[in-house]
Design a protein. Structure first.
Length: 372
């Protein structure tokens, strides 16, 4: 099955499965290949990685900060990320291997350079992760491409999701999907807010809705499918005991296989199952009932704040700028910055504002630095 069949609404009774290898490969190419093979054997349609150009995604100070964590692969966050990043040659090798065994291969574009990189690689679709769901500079650029997009919505409000849809519409982009997502690793049932899948389907009837889940186990992802998710993405690992921030919320090959098999049994069409039927079909239970609680509005949840503080993007100076300078679009870059600047979402609102202080390259730009 092709993602485009799902996104273009030609197929609404099947689910496209993305095995998110992300950075669970431990920086090891051979392990990444083994993971690709096991994901294919488990029945997944696609394997996904995360592509970053570190200097484009992070400010110098964010890269230089100490990363003291049991999940760290280096003394600084930059060293840690560098260790986990595959080179262009390695991407080409992994892509060729995926082709050989007939499984789709792609990655999330975590900055504009990485978007270009993935376009050059001719991936079947590009993922925009939650960290960039309010990066409208990246979204506008991606919307112009003739490549399908899968856009996650963790750490965002409904207002931002509406703006994403508007951005796609303004660009005439039709082949994209929105993923319900909560950016907490793992996500507890009370935070999963699965009913938002139904809400998304109601508000955006022409958009394919999917689910990028970070909860433990497979039950709640099955419920997500019954509520209307037609693309499923789960982090995946060969062994959850390995080192890495995402390991705990990942599925091992056997769980991934079971998820795919269970979902194949469902009778699906364009209509979400009523909540009572979801409970009954999946044999109820407290976790399921909690994850299915009523929710109408998408908000940034307290459980998402650690991820937002760590990986949320904000506005920084693209180059040194002097006091009195009037901001133009190219003066600003959207990066992970510690400390952070104005939220990425305000990028276009800052155009034309005057700086009241000198700012160095990569320095965060905050409201107090601007003449109002
Ligand atoms: C928001 C976002 O990008 N989240 C990604 C996708 O879910 C994650 O895989 C992060 O890259 C990962 O959790 C970061 O872990 P560390 O900070 O240990 O490299
Ligand atoms: C951050 C990512 O995904 P999500 O927001 O769906 O967890 C990603 O795909 O890199």
């Amino acid at each position: 099955m092709y993602l485009t069949d799902i996104i273009k609404g030609k197929v609404d009774n099947s689910v496209y499965f993305i095995a998110e290898i992300g950075q669970n490969h431990q920086g090891c190419l051979e392990m990444a290949k083994k993971m690709i093979l096991e994901a294919k054997k488990a029945g997944c349609h696609c394997v996904k990685f995360q592509k970053s150009d570190l200097k484009a995604k992070f400010t110098r100070s964010a890269l230089d900060r100490e990363y003291i964590s049991e999940n760290s692969w280096g003394k600084t966050y930059g060293e840690h990320k560098e260790y986990l990043e595959f080179s262009k040659e390695q991407y080409i090798e992994l892509q060729a291997y995926s082709r050989e065994i007939n499984v789709d291969f792609t990655a999330s574009a975590m900055d504009e350079n990485s978007l270009d990189f993935l376009v050059d690689l001719s991936v079947p679709f590009i993922k925009i992760g939650s960290g960039d769901a309010n990066n409208f500079s990246l979204l506008r650029k991606a919307a112009k491409l003739d490549i399908p997009l899968v856009i996650s919505t963790g750490m965002q409000t409904m207002d931002t999701v509406e703006k994403i849809v508007q951005t796609m519409e303004d660009a005439g982009k039709k082949d994209y999907a929105l993923m319900h997502c909560v950016s907490a690793y793992p996500t507890m049932p009370e935070d999963c807010n699965l009913q938002l899948i139904r809400v998304f389907k109601g508000r955006f009837p022409n958009v394919t809705i999917g689910y990028s889940g970070h909860e433990l186990g497979i039950l709640l992802t099955q419920a997500a499918v019954l509520l209307g998710a037609r693309i499923v993405e789960r982090h995946y690992t060969l062994d959850k005991n390995q080192k890495g921030s995402d390991q705990r919320c990942s599925l091992e090959p056997q769980e991934l296989r079971e998820l795919v098999e269970q979902v194949k049994q469902f009778e699906l069409n364009n209509n979400p199952y009523p909540t009572g039927d979801v409970m009954q079909k999946l044999n109820g239970g407290q976790d399921l009932a909690t994850a299915l609680q009523d929710v109408r509005e998408k908000e940034i949840l307290p459980c998402e704040l650690p991820c937002r503080n760590k990986l949320g993007k904000s506005i920084v100076a693209a180059r040194s700028l002097s006091k009195g300078h009037i901001l133009e679009p190219t003066d600003m870059a959207i990066k992970v910055s510690h400390p952070s600047g104005e939220t990425a979402e305000n990028h276009f609102n800052l155009i034309g504002k005057e700086l009241i202080v000198d700012v160095g390259e990569d320095d965060p730009i905050t409201g107090s630095m601007l003449f109002i």
